[in-house]
Design a binder for this molecule. Structure first.
Ligand SMILES: O=C(CO)[C@@H](O)[C@@H](O)COP(=O)(O)O
Length: 230
């Protein structure tokens, strides 16, 4: 079932250690088949060097395992809530990548300090609050998904213009139009987090890049008037 998607999601997962975004098994990637209403996700706690495409787990949007001999990622319910809320999302990545997680642990959103960030992410990468005691104790992963969805709606953020978020005291989630695009955005997020940290270290009083510059770089690559590339 979904052999092609399993292969793509497997390959997307393997990009995480390749890009230095995961230590041990600290991350997962999923991808959705929107027509079938099914998504494929990495199994929980399986070493990347032992992972195969056949190990990928197929889930439906009600949280039922449809195929796979292994347990799905412990973060499956978070992925599920994002897929249910945002139809544009085709792939999701969760990691504990070092710089993005450091910002999340500090409870800081990542300001847009330059065009590297603005080329991919419109405005800051928001850091959301930590879950409450009740939210943690009851359906933790599902509540993480609810928080991301509710906060994006409250902040009127388009998830395709801001394809990443930081969960306080936890770490980043990134997403994209498919699994590989989500990995691409997770790599960008980590680079941007690293650069922002260094920027504040070199100049603690630094301000975000001018709005006009952010707009120019974001919109020359995205939307109806984009002209970047071939
Ligand atoms: O957040 C955590 C662990 O704290 C998980 O996201 C991470 O270890 C990956 O878990 P899975 O192996 O996908 O279940």
């Amino acid at each position: 079932m979904l052999e092609e998607l399993k292969k793509i999601v497997y390959e997307a997962n393997m990009k995480l250690p390749e890009h230095g975004l995961v230590t041990f098994t600290w991350g997962n990637v999923s991808g959705i088949d929107k027509e079938k209403g099914l998504f494929v996700i990495k199994p929980s706690g399986v070493d990347y060097d032992k992972l195969t495409p056949e190990d990928m787990v197929v889930m439906d949007l009600e949280g039922n395992k449809i195929e796979g001999k292994l347990k799905p990622s412990s973060d499956t319910a978070t992925h599920l809530e994002l897929y249910k809320a945002f139809a544009e999302i085709g792939g999701i990545v969760h990691t504990h990548s070092s710089y993005a997680t450091s910002w999340a642990q500090a409870g800081r959103s990542i300001p847009c300090y330059g065009t590297t960030h603005a080329d991919y992410i419109y405005g800051e990468v928001p850091c959301l609050r930590c879950l409450t005691k009740e939210e943690i104790e009851d359906a933790y992963e599902e509540n993480t998904g609810h928080l991301i969805v509710n906060e994006f709606i409250r902040m009127k953020k388009d998830p395709m213009a801001v394809p990443a978020v930081l969960c306080k005291n936890h770490g980043p989630f990134a997403w994209g139009k498919d699994a590989m695009d989500a990995v691409h955005n997770a790599v960008v997020l980590e680079e941007v987090a690293k650069m922002a940290y260094r920027t504040e270290t070199i100049q603690p009083k630094v301000l975000p890049a001018p709005k006009e510059l952010q707009d120019k770089h974001y919109f020359r690559k995205h939307g109806a008037n984009a002209y970047y590339g071939q």
